[in-house]
Design a protein around this ligand. Structure first.
Ligand SMILES: CC(=O)N[C@H](C=O)[C@@H](O)[C@H](O)[C@H](O)COP(=O)(O)O
Length: 232
């Protein structure tokens, strides 16, 4: 493994501090507080969406930020930092590592994931986390110079529509076939499943919903309670 461990050392926990756009938590001050609370308890870094939220987090913490910008582009399915201009805004806001959609799906401006990865590295001087869904996409991203690959999009694309995160099988295959560090991201729901990811060879683990996803978690609990037959 050639990765320089300055930013993210092995066995790191990275907390994804994001909130649905219609949630009161989707506010830079709140996202920055979540990030600060995470690093205060030992998280090595955080993963944050949108330039505004990254800027607010950067003011609160010195630890590494994996930045992304979720963008819906008509006619395309790629949405995690799909264009170079999105990556540029993320870098300017203070991200240390840029996460990009590196699935094999079409993307705008005739670009490929690898032309985007190369441009980010050469023109912005930032490390790149390639968010993938399949082993093929991961191999391609590694060839293209990604610094990390993540299982982030496993279960979220047509190629993996029948799969549900965490993508442990994909993780194992990526670890077997790649020289670059593999990050397990998506569906990690407990400290034990984070440990399992490391056992399977993950270099680091990103946890989002299980730690910061109040909206989704409350809905899950409430739905479960609503399904109970009430004893009279
Ligand atoms: C698929 C996609 O868009 N994932 C996003 C990527 O940044 C986030 O919405 C997830 O919360 C994050 O990947 C962490 O995963 P989980 O919340 O399951 O721990």
């Amino acid at each position: 493994m050639t990765y320089d461990q300055n930013l993210i050392p092995p066995q790191s926990l990275i907390v994804s501090c994001q909130a649905p756009v219609d949630s009161p938590l989707h506010d830079p001050i709140i996202i920055a507080a979540m990030a600060k609370a995470s690093v205060n308890q030992g998280a090595v870094g955080v993963r944050v969406d949108t330039p505004n939220h990254i800027k607010a987090v950067r003011e609160q913490i010195t630890q590494p930020i994996i930045g992304l910008w979720k963008q819906q582009i008509p006619g395309y399915e790629v949405y995690i930092t799909p264009r170079f201009t999105d990556a540029m805004a993320i870098a300017q806001a203070g991200a240390d590592i840029i996460a990009v959609d590196a699935t094999l799906r079409n993307r705008p401006n005739g670009e490929t994931a690898n032309t985007l990865i190369l441009k980010i590295k050469q023109e912005l001087g930032k490390q790149v986390m390639a968010d993938v869904d399949t082993l093929e996409a991961a191999i391609e991203a590694a060839k293209g110079g990604a610094d990390f690959v993540g299982t982030t999009l496993y279960g979220y694309t047509k190629a993996t529509e029948n799969c549900s995160p965490p993508g442990f099988e994909l993780l194992e295959n990526m670890v077997k076939n790649l020289e670059i560090p593999v990050i397990c991201e998506g569906g990690i729901s407990s400290p034990e499943s984070a440990q399992k990811a490391l056992e399977l060879g993950a270099y680091a683990v990103v946890v989002g919903t299980a730690i910061t996803g109040i909206d989704i978690q409350v809905k899950r609990y409430q739905t479960a309670l609503n399904q109970m037959e009430v004893k009279s």
